[in-house]
Design a protein around this ligand. Structure first.
Ligand SMILES: [Zn+2]
Length: 632
């Protein structure tokens, strides 16, 4: 998974910086003759949409259980938040073979209980889409569902299809009736695909969840490698981006990853599913992506053709990140991930590996294979150093991981910042300890031989495994900076390859956190959410959610200087400074400009990092830099 926090339309200054028509499936059901066996037989008619809802029908697997519990997931692999997909299901009904309705109770938000399991034959229910839904917790769009009649359907299957408690390993059949001209892009292999219907089968529930399907009028291209067929499918309502636009960039990127992984891509097929959201109608989703074994799904803002190259560049790192996930966590993970529990998820301690190392390699591979320059790479490191300072830098990453669903929820996003930096430091340490002979990827390759998709490691044994393949000093690094509550002395590790890391302190106003959005009609940044509305400064200023930013202290606010508003290295502030903010505010159906004034009281220290390359490297630095860049 990757959440894009820096994209224009989702600039989020986290914390310190700143009705229903029930569609009775009358036509096709007729208490059909479909035989009941061990299979789940699902069917959905995409021509039959009402109120952005679809009706799902399930011919259930045969069971002798006295009580059957039907469930939708609370959480799915690759995400580290509880979403409760059961919230989007309504009007669930259960029937016996003769069409008599059976009693259904609802023990919790994701479950339904049917008392007479042996009589159960058929279940029907309605599903509403998650895209644009305002109910908390908001579902991260790359995990969610879209139901847009005659336009597009996003089947992240956990949002539509459930399972019986304890019956995850039965076969699933998914049957879709579709509008004319539609195509279901997915890595699942259809058993039937014609003009009116597509049918897929999956050996178990995990495979169903692992293979999202996007139905739309197709815009697809393919890329072929000897070992892997790649499908790219694009839904862009403004047609600013097409599948063809991704063909060359993705081919180059996959060639780079292939080279990095030793010459072979780690699957026989792969699908990139790109959904570009019309920001006028869909508002403020979270942009980003989610990985699977054979595909990845992306939710990004639809941009005009003029912004094509910007968007392709933005997406290169996200593409690399999602694809690299095939390595970890998909093929290298602990038992918590390997035996994933959809309704009582347990967290592993090693998010620094699953997300952090993935984020590290996504950028590193681009540098090593020449897709980005050293200057661009250094900028990414600086972004991550600055970003990590918005989080609790002395919270052990293993503790953060284990508490990512609850206690340390707000620290999760640090996996993309400090998590990636841990990957970089670890790579340098491993090279230093082996005289440049092996790096972090070499160690991972050895771990992949020991473990794999179906063989999990034990959370507490991973560091021992890494030590056995490296040295006690590498273990000490992990114990001190990943498992310990210690800040990483970045300069110490990065100087081993001849980088100099410096940080300059500066003051910022304490605003308690503001989540920013972008109004694509007015082209103004907008206050989406005040994380702490009781913050004294925010209250004295009178800033409200929904306010659009016009100017601060006489300066027009744009994307580039918005960060400076409450203090930055470019805008030095101190307590006692006067602060004047002009906002555009909706009032009685009209937008009017309001001037807000206050005085800065409390400030706190932040750091601006820089990374430079040492000109006269020592022989050791030279050796390790060459090793790191794969030039030795
Ligand atoms: Zn990820």
């Amino acid at each position: 998974m990757r959440i894009l926090v820096n994209l224009i339309t989702t600039i989020q200054f986290m914390t310190r910086r700143i009705a229903l028509l029930i569609i009775l499936f009358a036509s096709s059901i007729s208490f059909s003759q479909t035989a009941q066996d061990d299979k789940y037989r699902y069917s959905v008619d995409l021509n039959n949409v009402s109120d952005n809802k679809l009706t799902v029908e399930l011919i259930t697997p045969k069971t002798d259980a006295s009580v059957v519990r039907f469930m939708l997931p609370a959480m799915v692999p690759g995400t580290y938040s509880v979403y409760n997909f059961g919230r989007f299901v309504s009007d669930l009904k259960a029937f016996d073979k003769n069409g008599n309705e059976l009693a259904v109770t609802k023990p919790d938000i994701n479950s339904w209980e049917i008392a007479d399991g042996a009589a159960l034959y058929r279940i029907t229910y309605n599903v509403r889409q998650t895209f644009g839904d305002k109910e908390e917790p908001k579902i991260f769009e790359p995990v969610g569902t879209a139901i847009s009649e005659g336009e597009v359907f996003v089947f992240n299957n956990q949002g539509f299809f459930g399972y019986f408690d304890g019956l995850l390993r039965n076969e699933f059949e998914l049957k879709f009736k579709k509008p004319q001209g539609f195509y279901g892009a997915t890595s699942m292999i259809p058993v039937l695909r014609d003009d009116a219907e597509e049918i897929f089968t999956a050996p178990d529930y995990h495979t169903v969840v692992d293979n999202p399907i996007m139905f739309s009028v197709p815009d697809t291209v393919t890329i072929r490698f000897e070992e892997m067929n790649v499908l790219i499918s694009v839904y862009s309502p403004g047609k600013g981006l097409t599948a063809k636009d991704f063909q060359e960039p993705n081919k180059k990127l996959l060639e780079a990853i292939r080279k990095h992984l030793g010459g072979t891509l780690p699957a026989d097929r792969y699908t990139f599913l790109y959904y570009f959201a019309d920001m006028k109608s869909e508002g403020t989703g979270d942009f980003g992506a989610l990985e699977h074994n054979y595909s990845s799904f992306y939710y990004m803002p639809d941009v005009p053709a003029q912004a094509k190259s910007f968007m392709l560049k933005q997406m290169q790192s996200t593409n690399a990140h999602e694809f690299y996930h095939i390595v970890t966590p998909l093929n290298l993970h602990s038992e918590e991930i390997g035996n994933f529990d959809y309704n009582n998820p347990k967290m592993s301690k090693h998010l620094w590996l699953y997300e952090g190392t993935t984020e590290y390699f996504a950028d590193y591979i681009q540098l090593k294979e020449g897709l980005i320059s050293m200057d661009e790479y250094k900028e990414k490191i600086v972004e991550k150093l600055n970003g990590s300072m918005n989080h609790n830098d002395s919270l052990a990453f293993t503790a953060m991981s284990a508490g990512a669903l609850d206690e340390h929820k707000d620290e999760y996003r640090n996996v993309y910042q400090k998590g990636a930096l841990i990957g970089l430091c670890l790579d340098i340490m491993i090279r230093s300890e082996s005289g440049g002979r092996q790096g972090w990827q070499d160690v991972i390759n050895k771990l992949l031989q020991k473990y794999g998709k179906d063989r999990s490691f034990k959370d507490d044994e991973l560091f021992g495994d890494i030590e056995a393949l490296t040295s006690p000093k590498v273990r000490e690094f992990l114990d001190t900076y990943v498992d310990g509550n210690n800040r990483i002395p970045y300069d110490k590790y990065l100087s081993m390859i001849g980088f100099k890391v410096e940080s300059t302190p500066y003051q910022v106003a304490d605003i308690g956190g503001v989540q920013m959005g972008f109004n694509s009609t007015t082209f103004r940044l907008k206050i989406n959410k005040l994380m702490n509305p009781d913050n004294e400064f925010i209250k004295s200023l009178g800033l409200k959610e929904g306010d659009e930013l016009v100017s601060f202290n006489g300066k027009q606010i744009n994307y580039m200087n918005a960060r400076d508003m409450f203090g930055s290295p470019n805008n030095i502030i101190k307590p006692g400074d006067k602060f004047e903010l002009v906002v555009a505010r909706e009032s009685g159906g009209k937008s009017e400009q309001v001037t807000l004034k206050s005085t800065i009281k409390d400030t706190k220290t932040e750091y601006e990092f820089s990374v430079t390359e040492t000109k006269d490297k020592t022989a050791d630095q030279e050796l390790l830099m060459k090793s790191w860049l794969g030039k030795n």
